[in-house]
Design a protein around this ligand. Sequence first.
Ligand code: CA
Ligand code: CA
Length: 464
Amino acid sequence: MELELYDNKFRNNKYTTGPQRYCQDEGRAQNRRSRCLVVITVCLGILCLLLIAAIIYQHIMCTSKRAVIVLYIKLTAEREIQATLMLQTGSSNQNEKDQLQNSFNSLSQKKLELETRVKDLTAEKGQLQRNFDSLSQKNLELETRVSDLNAEKGQLQNSFNSLSQKNLELETRVSDLNAEKGQLQNSFNSLSQKNLELEARVSDLNAEKGQLQNSFNSLSQKNLELESRVSDLNAEKGQLQNSFNSLSQKNLELESRVSDLNAEKGQLQNSFNSLSQKKLELENTVNDLTAEKGQLQNSFNSLSQKKLELENTVNDLTAEKGQLQNSFNSLSQKKLELENTFLLGYVWGPDGLFISNELKSWSDSRQYCRDRGADLVIIDTEEKQRHISSLVKESVWIGLSDIENEGTLIWVDNSPLNKGFFVEGQPNNYYSDEDCTELNPTKHALNNWSDFQCSYKKKGICEK
Ligand SMILES: [Ca+2]
Ligand SMILES: [Ca+2]
């Protein structure tokens, strides 16, 4: 609340009283803050003193309780000692008993007093405890108050900072306004000077106005003269307007003619452009065709050259073919002659083999060979077996038999058989009289021998 009053006062007086007033208010605010700090310090000191007093009183109470308890224990011990002494001596008299009874009574009285005192002290302790609790409560309240005061202090500090900032801004604003005031004063002075100059200028213009009025009068006279001249010119203008209308009509006709001619010109221009475009396309086509013609001419020349080369090659090949054909013909002739010679017998082949030209038994066939300085063939290699199998077209005798010793095949030179080319299951000496060997070319070239009856008539392969 005080802060708001202070703020309002500041706002009401800040533009009227100036920086001195503001400094006085700031001093008052600092005094208030100092007083708040003193109050807080005093409260904290009182709180500390109360706490110390409570602690000291608590200590005194505890000490008193302990003293009472110790005294009670001592009295009880003395009473027990006295009772014990009485029991031990056994010779005490009635007086001593009475004295002891009195002492016991007085001690009991003291005990009751002490108990009463303990109760009173306990009550006082409760009262002190309640006082301590209330002081603790007040302490908490004071702490809360201190916290609130600290919060208010922070708010006051923030307000002070913002007011300081505003003060600086206002000072800057005052400086700016003073500068503007100086500029306005200068402007006012210069405007006053200009006002004087303008008044002198107005006087000059009034003089000029008189001169211009005279000139206006003379010009009005001239205007009347010019108006009569304008009337004359209007008459001439009417004549000229008629001429202009007729010329305009002709002009329109000419313009329509020009438009027609322009349209024709545009069409012709378009035709010319399309024709030019077609001409360019045709020129490009001609150039392309010329280039293709050159390429085709080159291809034609190279093909002609190749044709000549091929014709020469064909001629050479034809000549070679003729030579080869002649060679083939002569070789075919020789082959026929050799085949005929081989088939007919009598004439030795290049490999020393020939076939008999008559069907005879194995023995007669062998004799046929011997009559010609040869004998039936001995086949002792696979190559010779393949060669003979390819030459013959029918079953023939070869020079292998077991005529002399059944089961032991020997060649016509009496050499034993090392490797034969029999059909599977042969020789089997079928009917127990198969002793001579045939070669059947219709079977596999390496498995076409069989033992056969020697009386069968076959051609034989002779070898010299
Ligand atoms: Ca046999
Ligand atoms: Ca057989």
